[in-house]
Write a protein that binds this ligand. Structure first.
Ligand SMILES: Cc1cc2nc3c(=O)[nH]c(=O)nc-3n(C[C@H](O)[C@H](O)[C@H](O)COP(=O)(O)O)c2cc1C
Length: 207
């Protein structure tokens, strides 16, 4: 059904538009009474063999949704119906930023892949905090993937990470510090071990 019907239709749209549309349709489906429970029942496998214990957390299974799908913390509730063991939101930066000019996402149909040159487009950590505070579903584990704004010089990158880290500390279950985006000019340079001072993050071993 996907290959015959949905895929050809979705491929008529730009990849980013297809991404937004599919989430909206999925949200709509979930709003039909009983559908959310049905999806959870179908996709969520509760098997002790799949559980992973890491960083003081229990992940129900090792398959998570990667960062970039839900850059702003808008869809983790929706996506939690598909059986993921965790959902990583972000990459989020202290200030909102538009990311690179479009088009910035390209399909590689023969390789079954994508080229992503998004450039950390996001609504900023403040907007993400508000959404997480209103979170209804507290059962899914959420990772906060944090980055630096394009306008922040590399030597001040730690300040940006600390802002996001502190803002999200009580709202997410673990952090990912994103130190390497080829889509932010000059940013690959800070991925070296010595460049980033990690002491501000060492406050609680469980996060
Ligand atoms: C459109 C798109 C946006 C992404 N945005 C981010 C991001 O903001 N932060 C991040 O750490 N990774 C981002 N990624 C990378 C994914 O999280 C993931 O690492 C990558 O797609 C490889 O996944 P795979 O190993 O399952 O193929 C993005 C990927 C895509 C395709």
């Amino acid at each position: 059904m996907y290959k015959l019907l949905f895929k050809p239709l979705l491929f008529l749209l730009e990849p980013e538009a297809a991404h937004q549309l599919t989430i909206k349709i999925f949200n709509l489906i979930l709003s039909i009474p009983g559908c959310a429970t049905l999806f959870k029942k179908f996709y969520f496998i509760d098997d002790p063999k799949l559980k992973v214990h890491l960083w003081g957390l229990e992940f129900p299974n090792p398959v998570g949704l990667a960062a970039g799908f839900d850059k702003d913390g808008k869809y983790f509730g929706t996506m939690s119906h598909l059986g993921f063991g965790f959902i990583e939101i972000g990459t989020v930066t202290p200030l909102p930023q538009p990311g690179n000019d479009k088009p910035r996402l390209f399909r590689l149909p023969q390789d079954l892949g994508l080229i992503n040159r998004m450039g950390f487009n996001n609504d900023g950590v403040g907007a993400m905090v508000s959404r997480l505070r209103n979170r209804k579903n507290n059962t899914i584990l959420i990772g906060g993937n944090i980055g630096k704004n394009k306008i922040t010089p590399n030597e001040n990158a730690t300040d940006d990470y600390v802002i996001c880290f502190e803002a999200l500390f009580d709202l997410v279950d673990y952090f990912v510090v994103n130190v390497s985006s080829p889509n932010t000019p000059g940013f690959k340079g800070i991925a070296g071990k010595s460049t980033i001072d990690t002491t501000p993050f060492c406050t609680d071993s469980s996060k």
